[in-house]
Ligand binder design. Sequence first.
Ligand code: G16
Length: 544
Amino acid sequence: MTILTVKTNPYSDQKPGTSGLRKRVKAYSQPNYVENFIQSIFDSLDGIEGQTLVIGGDGRFYNDVAIQKAIRIAAANGFGRVLVGRGGILSTPAASHIIRHYGAFGGLVLSASHNPGGPDGDFGIKYNIGNGGPAPEKITDAVFERSKVIESYRTLDTPDIDLDTIGTQQVGGMAVEIIDPVADYAALMQTLFDFDAIRGMFASGFRMTFDAMHAVTGPYAHAILEGMLGAPKGTVINGVPSPTFNHGHPDPNLVYCKEMHDLLMTPDGPDFGAASDGDGDRNLIIGKNRFVTPSDSLALLAANAHLAPGYRGGIAGIARSMPTSAAADRVAEKLGIEMHETPTGWKFFGNLLDAGRVTICGEESAGTGSNHVREKDGLWAVLLWLNILAVRKQGVDAIVREHWRLYGRNYYTRHDYEEVDAAIANNLVDDLRGQLAALPGRVFEDDLQIAYADDFTYLDPVDGSTSARQGIRIGFTDGSRIVLRLSGTGTVGATLRVYLERYEAPDGRHDLDTQLALEPLIGIIESLAGIRARTGRSEPSVIT
Ligand code: G16
C-alpha cells in the first residue's frame, strides 16, 4: 500500500489545554485540522514503529470521522496495531486501562469531556502515554511546537474501517482490532470492589439512580450495575450514547442533574444518585438529602478505601489539585500518609501514581480515581461509594456527618464566570497578581487575615519539573482560602474560576448553608479583583 504524503499548512491554535486540544467541531472540520494535530503528535514521539496504539472516544459528533482519519494516519506512520473500541467507543478511564492492560505504546482519546457535542458543539483529541495517563507537558509542548511548523502529514488511501464488528482487519501493514469497550474495564472493577456485598445491598431493596447523561458510561453502567450487580432495570437512565448527548450538556453537576438532585431530596426518592460525564471520567454523588461535594468525596473515599478489597492494605498517599479543598489533607494527616497538592489537570498525578507515592487522587472538578488507571474514573468512584455503603450499612448523609465530626468540615464552592472576554479576564488576573506581594497581613471583616498570597508553582517531586502560574492562592490564618484561575478547557473566550473554602473544626457548625458560610470570602475577592464590575456580570454563570 502506498503511503501518501499530503502537503498541509500549519494552524497556529493547536495548543493543548488542561486536557488535550478542545475546539468547536467547526474548528476541527477545517481542512487538515485533525490530520495536522495527529501527525504533530506522532512526530513528537520516539519509537512508534510496530507499536500498538489504542483509539477510542466518547461517541460524540465527529468521533466517527476523526477515528477513520486517525487509523489511516497511524498506519501510514508505522504503528503495527491499533485497538479500537467497538463503534469507536471507549470511556476515558477504559481507554487508560486498555493502554495499560495490553501494554500499548499510547492512545488517542477523542473527547471534549463534559462540553456539549453536536455540529455546533465541541470536539477534542488527547494523547495518552504508555502508563495510560494524559501526556505530560513535555510532550504537549512539543506537539504544539510541531503543529506550528508542520508541512505535511502521512496517510493512506483506503476505505473506511467497519468499526461495529469485533475482530481484526488490516489497514496497510497495520492490524486494526475492534474490541469490546466494556469487558476489560468491567473485569478490572470486579478485582477492586466487593461485588457480592454490593449485590446483596441491591437484593435487599437499596435503590439507586445512575444518570449516564446520554453519554459514554451508558453501556458500562448497564453492564456493571444492572448486569453484574443485579440493580433493577431502570436504575441506569439516559443510558444510550448519543452524538449530541440528546442535545444536552453532559456535565454531572447540580445544574445539569437538577432533576435527579431534587428527586434525592424527597422522602420517596432513591437512596443514592450518581452521574458521569461525556467521557465517563467525572462523577456526581448524591445521597438521600445529601449532595457530596467532590472535595469531600475525595476525603471520604480516601478515609474509607480500606473497606474495598482493592485497597484493603491501605493507601500510600493522596494527591489533590491545588484548587480542591483541603478536606483530604486532614485524612492524610490522620493516616500518616503522603499528601500532594498539584496543578489542575489529571496529567500531574501520573508521576506520583507511577512512583507509588499516592494511591488516590481527586479534584474539585468532579474527578476522583486511583492507581488502577491513570485517568479519573466516574464509575470507579460510584462503585467505591457503593462498596462503602454496603459495608458500613449506613446512608450517605450519616457517613458524611460522621466524617465532619471527626475531621471538621471544609465548606467549599466554585463560582464560574463563563465566556468572559479573554482580554478582560487576563487583565483581571494580571492586576490581582500585581497585588499579591502586599496582601499578607491585611485584615478583613470577620477577623479574616491574609496569611499568604501567591501564584502557585508546582515542583514535581518525582521528575523535578516545575510548572509556574497555576493559579492565584490567597490563604487566611484560619485556614480559609480563595483561589482564582482561568480554565484550560473552555472553547470560547475565557472562563474565570473562583474557588472558595472555609474550615470549620470538628466541634464547629456543620449545618450552615454553603454560600452563606462563604459570603465573607466572596466579598473579599470581589473587593480585590472587581470581578463583577470588570466582567459586567452580576453573578456567576455556574455555582458548584
Ligand atoms: C479536565 C482535567 C481536569 C481538570 C478539569 C477542569 O477534566 O482532566 O484535571 O480539573 O478539566 O479544568 P479547567 O479548570 O482548566 O477547566 P475533563 O473532565 O474536562 O477532562
